[in-house]
Ligand binder design. Structure first.
Ligand SMILES: Cc1cc2nc3c(=O)[nH]c(=O)nc-3n(C[C@H](O)[C@H](O)[C@H](O)COP(=O)(O)OP(=O)(O)OC[C@H]3O[C@@H](n4cnc5c(N)ncnc54)[C@H](O)[C@@H]3O)c2cc1C
Length: 467
């Protein structure tokens, strides 16, 4: 329980209006609190304005291009096979418009719910107040409790400064009017892999610089292998186990200097080397909010920080850098603060997706955790190429994996690699969250033919015979 608060007309100040902040605001307002959101860019935050919405809209166009490029395999012929091209100016104009509209829709929803939106840069003061610099004046928002949801910003390398012309971070690429001819993507985590896949699909010559053995370090190794093979098959050049030391402009492009002494030239470079939490200089430590060594805010399972009645949600906490988790942390914080029913966040039930082509979705325990003995589990992997619907769609790569607890047969995790994996993971996520048995999944009739048929078949193969 939160300490010594009268729940009636509680005043809540939220610093940062991304998914962590605006979802919390909606919940708090519905529970009767008086809510002010302080936001310095636009509600929706980076998630809506620069990260999730624009990148996924770009990827939707790239997916269309990939389907067009593969159309001949299903009998569709174009008189001129080179006829399709992506007008990047138009693509970017569309995605920025979509992001602005989404931000506007969220602002309308908040205002309808009675939430006050204050535009400006906020700083936490003692006694749960926030000082806001609106650009023209300084206003202090008085509150009984605070939620910090300030997000994160792109990490920079000391010798590779983005200039927004040839060297970019992911917030800057939407200014491009023409497709980069030769794009070098530095960093093969989720963001780097998604952009490399997208620009490869749109028609750029992409070089991906990866410091690790596999792209998508930490993700399912088989999934990473499928992605590497598919992208390389589409012409992407992968430079593995090498680090970019610096990036410089040349007369007509960029040169990336690698740690083995070699260089790679391109027309543009996109840096995707991680994110830094927005926690510096906003009064957190002065107010008793403890930070980790990486600068993230320390929180517990119900989003409490170390300061009484100061909560935190989203990327500034470093719990799981997903918009869905930011939103859930924000909702949990407000339910806890306002004395509503609270279920702490369970990270092992979180479904996530990497929007590459093919997509990679996962939930729950990983195969690596089973292999290391951390979990006692059984694994079944089925390639999609044996699935009838996949054959009709000409899907050659990709697979479904389901993990069950050894002995009991409870579903504990899974991975899907294939088209629309983000949608296909849901039955496995549902099974994990509801502790369903593999027989529950296997005995649910699936559509024939369908890709989900492979999920139920994997579950069937994990059946535990009664003794
Ligand atoms: C390229 C990319 C693609 C992604 N795609 C996905 C995806 O497909 N699915 C998914 O779930 N996640 C995705 N993510 C992650 C997702 O964007 C983040 O997890 C999400 O934005 C976190 O939400 P948040 O509320 O913590 O922060 P944000 O969305 O960053 O919002 C925080 C807001 O607070 C504002 N702010 C910061 N400091 C202050 C201050 N002092 N005063 C006032 N305002 C302040 C910021 O300007 C910002 O608007 C992606 C990330 C990237 C980089």
């Amino acid at each position: 329980m939160s300490s010594q608060l009268d729940f009636n007309h509680l005043k809540i100040a939220i610093l940062g209006g991304g998914p962590g902040g605006y979802e919390a605001a909606m919940v708090a307002a519905s529970l009767g609190a008086e809510v002010t959101i302080v936001e310095n860019k636009g509600v929706g935050g980076s998630a809506v304005l620069t990260d999730v919405v624009p990148s996924k809209t770009l990827i939707a166009t790239a997916d269309t291009m990939v389907r067009v490029a593969n159309a001949h395999t299903t009998g569709v012929q174009f008189d001129d096979p080179q006829a399709a091209w992506a007008d990047l100016g138009q693509v970017n104009e569309r995605l920025l418009k979509l992001a602005a509209e989404q931000s506007g829709d969220i602002a309308d929803g908040l205002e309808r719910a009675g939430v006050r939106i204050l535009h400006g840069h906020g700083k936490l003061l003692e006694d749960h107040c926030i000082e806001v610099d609106t650009g023209t004046e300084t206003e202090t928002v008085q509150a009984d409790a605070v939620l910090v949801s300030t997000g994160a910003h792109p990490r920079e390398l000391p010798d590779a400064k983005p200039d927004g012309e040839r060297i970019f971070n992911w917030t800057q690429v939407y200014n491009l009017n023409e497709l980069p001819e030769k794009l070098i993507v530095v960093g093969s985590g989720v963001t780097g892999a998604e952009f490399a896949s997208a620009y490869n699909g749109l028609g750029s010559h992409v070089t991906l610089v990866s410091s690790r053995d596999q792209v998508l370090p930490g993700e399912d190794a088989d999934a990473a292998q499928v992605l590497e093979k598919t992208l390389q098959g589409r012409g992407l050049k992968l430079l593995a186990r090498t680090r970019a030391q610096s990036v410089q402009r040349t007369d007509d492009g960029v040169r990336v200097f690698l740690n083995d002494g070699s260089t790679v030239d391109g027309t543009h470079c996109l840096l995707a080397v991680g994110a830094v939490p927005n926690t510096a200089g906003i009064g957190l430590e002065e107010s008793g909010v403890a930070l980790t060594d990486s600068g993230h805010i320390k929180v517990d399972g119900v989003s409490r920080t170390t300061a009484p009645n100061v909560y935190a949600a989203g990327d500034c906490t470093g719990v799981f850098a997903l918009a869905s988790i930011a939103a859930m942390q924000g909702r949990i914080a407000m339910a806890h603060l306002l004395g509503d029913i609270v279920k702490p966040l369970k990270l092992k039930q979180v479904a996530s997706n990497i929007f590459t082509s093919p997509e990679i979705a996962s939930v729950g325990v990983t195969e690596a955790e089973i292999a290391s003995g951390q979990y006692q589990g059984d694994v079944v992997k089925l390639p999609l190429r044996t699935n009838p619907r996949a054959k009709m769609m000409n899907v050659e790569d990709g697979f479904v994996k389901v993990f069950s607890r050894r002995g009991s047969g409870t579903v504990i995790g899974g991975v899907v690699v294939g088209p629309r994996a983000a949608e296909l993971i849901y039955p496995i996520a549902l099974a994990v969250a509801q502790h369903l048995h593999v027989d529950d999944v296997a005995n649910t009739v699936t559509v024939y033919p369908s890709l989900t048929g492979s999920i139920s078949e994997a579950a069937r193969r994990l059946h535990v015979r009664s003794s």
